[in-house]
Design a protein around this ligand. Structure first.
Ligand SMILES: [Mn+2]
Length: 317
């Protein structure tokens, strides 16, 4: 392993300072509840190392999105219990949302998303959670905790407009929680691509994306804790994401479940590239001279836009 990465992808310091950065990246190297292959705690480091070896001009969007500024925070390392980890993640994520940054999180296993989704749902009105994953993750609790990776979006199913894409593995009990109208199963997606339009039509304006890398087909992303055959491929995934970013106000995203393998670096690189592509899609539509606003302004404007909730009842961090 290299020495600790100082800036995201080795970008120059001038683009990596918090004050100037429009984007914040929070690593959460947590692997407390995974049930099969361990190692998702090594995900952020492998992702950052791969990012350093990536070319930073994006051909498709004709952008160098790092110039919007990307601030890499200290990792969230709380791991006394899943519940404490989730709360720590929620607080850190929320603190950067309040600084009006475009907040992104790299895990770690999927339980971290309980905290990230909670923070975004507290901050934004009428939130859609777009959940891209091989697994339904709708268990109310698992192995004695509601903060297990198998429960990653149960709370989102109750508290937000949850849309699930790429699903191909679940427990029969999860059917009672699942909204079948808003679930896109991999075996249906493969024969009919109308799922993209349909899913986007079901989204509210504000969308948070939680991306479990095992949604991808294991042939292109084998390094994940629970690889499931029959997954998404690169260009269809990017095509869908691009459309979501263009048509909706994506307020943030997390990427989880990279379980790196020393002998297989292409998964790390795919994750790095996916992250950078998503930033490219987000900022492609933002005029670079304009101040980035994330549609958050103040209480009055937030009422007007019906986007971001106000923080009158919140303590300061
Ligand atoms: Mn999964």
């Amino acid at each position: 392993m290299k020495t600790k990465t100082k800036t995201y992808a080795g970008i120059p310091e001038e683009y990596a300072k918090l004050e100037k950065a429009k984007i914040v990246l929070i690593p959460v190297p947590y692997d407390g509840t995974s049930t099969w292959q361990k190692g998702a705690d090594k995900g952020p480091e492998a992702f950052l190392e791969a990012s350093e070896n990536m070319e930073l001009y994006d051909i498709e969007t004709d952008t160098e999105v790092y110039k919007e500024g990307i601030y890499l925070t200290d990792a969230v390392t709380e791991h006394d219990s899943p519940e404490n980890m989730v709360e720590a993640v929620r607080q850190v994520v929320k603190s950067y949302i309040k600084k009006n940054k475009f907040v992104t999180i790299f895990g770690g296993e999927h339980s971290i998303s309980i905290g990230t989704i909670r923070a975004f749902n507290e901050a934004f009105n009428n939130l859609t959670v777009l959940h891209i994953d091989a697994h339904a993750d709708l268990r109310q609790s698992y192995e004695g905790s509601s903060c297990n990776h198998a429960c990653a979006v149960y709370e989102a199913s109750q508290e937000t407009n949850l849309i699930q894409v790429g699903i191909r593995s679940m427990d029969i009990k999860e059917k009672s929680v699942m909204d079948l109208d808003k679930t896109y199963f991999a075996h249906d997606m493969v024969i009919d691509d109308s799922w993209m339009e349909s899913a986007i039509d079901q989204m509210t304006e504000n969308v948070f994306i939680t991306f479990d890398l095992d949604a991808f087909d294991p042939s292109i992303l084998p390094s994940t804790g629970t690889p499931e055959p029959g997954g998404l491929f690169w260009y269809e995934t990017l095509g869908f994401l691009k459309q979501v970013f263009e048509e909706k106000n994506v307020v943030g995203f997390d990427i989880v479940e990279l379980c790196p393998n020393e002998n297989e670096k292409s998964s790390d690189f795919l994750a790095a590239k996916l992250y950078y592509k998503m930033l490219g899609y987000k900022f492609q539509v933002t005029e670079s001279d304009d101040d980035y606003e994330l549609t958050y302004k103040n209480k009055e404007a937030s009422k007007l836009n019906n986007t971001m909730k106000n923080y009158d009842d919140e303590y300061e961090y």
